[in-house]
Design a protein around this ligand. Structure first.
Ligand SMILES: *Cc1c(COP(=O)(O)O)cnc(C)c1O
Length: 368
């Protein structure tokens, strides 16, 4: 370290060591941005109008976003205090981890999963414990249960899992919960739940009455297309949500985000119709890729996972040259969001050559 590199103030070593947040690459005008699992549809006019009408910029927002919470409480038929709203469900994840885990404590999750988990755990001062995904890219819940120790304070389950697009089934989840101590917080991250078409997939809200240690996270960022406004919500026991409220940075959910969320719930039918379009586009893409010889997990989020392994950088580069900005996780695989119809068509145009170029016996290639 040269003298000029030496930090002038003492920062937490584990924080300085964190990789800087890596956002999905911005796409130039001619390329499709398929790197952040965003919704390709423009916002609905009613949502834009609701935001435009919320003009009291000189006033702080309602700290608890009561109107939105009441709306969500009615939707899920729970008490309003069992709903907590945050500036994106990532903010809620951070709050819950801070509320439950500190130095010496462990937070357990499957890996590979959502990139935000490791740094949120480190920021809380806690330690990540990662259980590798199964060979079929899903969570290995029995192995996760076996990894619970006296130090475990939080378990995060992501279904559909980002980036592998796999689900946890209701049976798998129930079997897991049956062996988890009831004083251990389980967070079920359902950021992509609206895109799920598999009937066996777990869905958190109906399980809340059964599991007093469960918190379900959902977001308006993906299916509802409000990623830019930052609003998500948690459903769960009051005591746990109150602890999360205590670790929250106050007043983070703007009035504009709250009214956009309410307007989106008003327009839910229309928005979920769009979700069905994306899910159908995804299923057709998966079918076509499988037909070309790709061996990829059946997707249940608004994205596909290509387990390209050592070939990840090469394949991502080829996709980039074709005008598709995707999210490579070197050396594991590539996550591709289901965006515009034309983007999927472009993918399918080059993906046959890409799979043929993979070495024989590569795990992303179907056998035979
Ligand atoms: C996108 C995403 C979220 C939520 O993001 P917000 O925009 O903060 O609501 C949460 N979990 C996973 C796994 C995600 O992919």
């Amino acid at each position: 370290m040269s003298p000029s590199d030496r930090p002038t103030v003492r920062l937490r070593r584990e924080i300085v060591a964190l990789p800087a947040y890596k956002q999905g690459k911005p796409a130039d005008a001619s390329a499709f941005k398929l790197s952040s699992n965003e919704n390709p549809f423009d916002p609905l006019p009613g949502v834009i109008a609701a935001v435009a009408a919320e003009t009291a910029y000189n006033r702080y927002p309602d700290a608890s976003a009561l109107a939105l919470r009441e709306r969500l409480a009615a939707k899920y038929r729970v008490d309003v205090d069992r709903v907590h709203v945050g500036s994106g469900s990532v903010a809620l994840l951070a709050q819950l981890i801070l509320a439950a885990a500190g130095p010496g404590d462990e937070v357990l999750y499957s890996w590979r999963s959502f990139e935000a988990y490791p740094s949120l755990v480190t920021v809380a001062g806690a330690t990540s414990v990662r259980v590798p995904n199964r060979a079929d890219h899903g969570h290995d819940l029995p192995e996760m249960a076996a990894a619970i120790s006296d130090q475990t304070r939080v378990v995060i389950i992501c279904s559909p899992n980002n980036p592998t697009s796999t689900i946890v089934t209701t049976d798998e989840f129930d079997a897991f919960m049956a062996v988890v101590p009831t004083d251990l917080l389980v967070i079920l991250d359902e950021a992509y739940i609206e895109f799920v078409t598999e009937a066996d997939a777990v869905s958190g809200p109906s399980l809340l009455a059964r599991y007093p240690n469960l918190v379900v996270l959902r977001t308006f960022s993906k299916a509802y297309g409000l990623a830019g406004l930052r609003v998500g919500y948690a459903l769960g026991p009051v005591e746990i949500l109150n602890a999360a409220r205590s670790t929250a940075i106050p007043l983070s959910v703007t009035a504009q985000a709250a009214v956009a969320a309410i307007a989106s719930l008003d327009a839910e039918k229309e928005l979920l119709e769009r979700v069905r379009v994306i899910a159908a586009r995804r299923d057709a893409a998966w079918q076509a890729l499988t037909g070309q010889g790709w061996n990829i997990p059946q997707p249940q989020g608004n994205f596909l996972w290509l387990p390209t392994g050592a070939e990840t950088a090469t394949v991502a580069e080829a996709l980039g040259e074709a005008g598709l900005v995707v999210r490579p996780f070197v050396p594991e695989g590539i996550r591709i969001s289901i965006g515009e119809e034309q983007a999927v068509a472009t993918l399918l145009l080059i993906s046959a050559d890409l799979v043929d170029a993979l070495p024989a016996g590569h795990p992303a290639r179907k056998i035979g």
